[in-house]
Design a protein around this ligand. Structure first.
Ligand SMILES: NC(=O)c1ccc[n+]([C@@H]2O[C@H](COP(=O)([O-])OP(=O)(O)OC[C@H]3O[C@@H](n4cnc5c(N)ncnc54)[C@H](OP(=O)(O)O)[C@@H]3O)[C@@H](O)[C@H]2O)c1
Length: 234
């Protein structure tokens, strides 16, 4: 079921989305499209939490050493292999590649219950696609490229090099998340909790325009801080 959530509704529902009785996520098959700095770091957290992760690249041979070091729950493949493998899919690519990813895999992605968009439109890196995504907001832009995909923005502004340390803090670091699909938000929340963070639903997919590096919601914040910051954003 896809629902449109206003920002206020989503924030108000934050506690409902907190799923206080976390029983631990059942292991899932996770695909990463992109396995560079952020894809490698985030995927490794999910492998360590017991999930099966297929990391993908246009040159999967280059991922052999990385997946060997992570053990049997990690594997490497082409992007098509990973999309076929994953129950859920994480996007960890430059926004300049989103039109190609959507064209090749959009139909398959629309069938997944969750497509987690960790990516950001960065200028000038991402060219025309980046400019358009900045103008429309990344979530709105991506939804137009991938109709039907249950998109949730998450982990967009936590640095890959600190991710492991953030995940181990005794006072949980919050991960602001934004999306329109209730089930996708629920799956994302469970997965995020499973790797040591606390999800905070800050708003709709359109509100995900605030989930960018350098923005007030970026960097490590407590869940309470994230709620306070989000409440002041339009
Ligand atoms: N670095 C961070 O700390 C951080 C934190 C949060 C979010 N992010 C965001 O996450 C995304 C990835 O950042 P990164 O730092 O991990 O970049 P990166 O190290 O340069 O890795 C980029 C990845 O994207 C893949 N890729 C590029 N074009 C592709 C295409 N057309 N089809 C499929 N895969 C493609 C590359 O795979 P190939 O092997 O095929 O080239 C590579 O695995 C960016 O949008 C970034 O803004 C980064």
């Amino acid at each position: 079921m896809t629902i449109q959530l206003s920002r206020r509704t989503a924030i108000a529902m934050g506690f409902a989305f907190s799923f206080s009785a976390h029983a631990g996520a059942a292991p899932m098959r996770i695909a990463t499209i992109g396995a560079g700095r952020m894809g490698g770091a985030l995927g490794a957290l999910f492998v360590k939490a017991g999930h099966e992760v297929m990391f993908s690249s246009r040159n999967p041979d280059e991922l052999k050493d990385m997946v060997a070091a992570l053990g049997p729950k990690a594997r490497a493949g082409t992007v098509a292999d990973a999309v076929a493998f994953g129950e859920v899919v994480f996007l960890l690519v430059p926004y300049s590649s989103m039109p190609d990813v959507a064209k090749a895999h959009g139909a398959a992605l629309a069938k997944k219950p969750l497509v987690l968009d960790v990516s950001n439109p960065i200028l000038p890196r991402d060219g025309a696609a980046g400019e358009q995504a900045r103008k429309e907001g990344p979530g709105t832009y991506l939804a137009s490229l991938m109709p039907g995909a249950k998109l949730v923005r998450a982990f967009n502004a936590l640095n890959f090099a600190a991710l492991d340390e953030f995940s181990k803090r005794s006072e949980k670091v919050g991960v602001p998340i934004a999306g329109d699909d209730a089930k996708a938000l629920e799956i994302a929340s469970t997965l995020i909790r499973d790797v040591g963070f606390e999800p905070v639903v800050v708003g709709s997919l359109a509100f995900g325009r605030h989930l960018l590096p350098g923005e007030p919601l970026g960097g490590p914040h407590s869940p309470a801080e994230l709620r306070q910051i989000a409440a002041k954003l339009n």
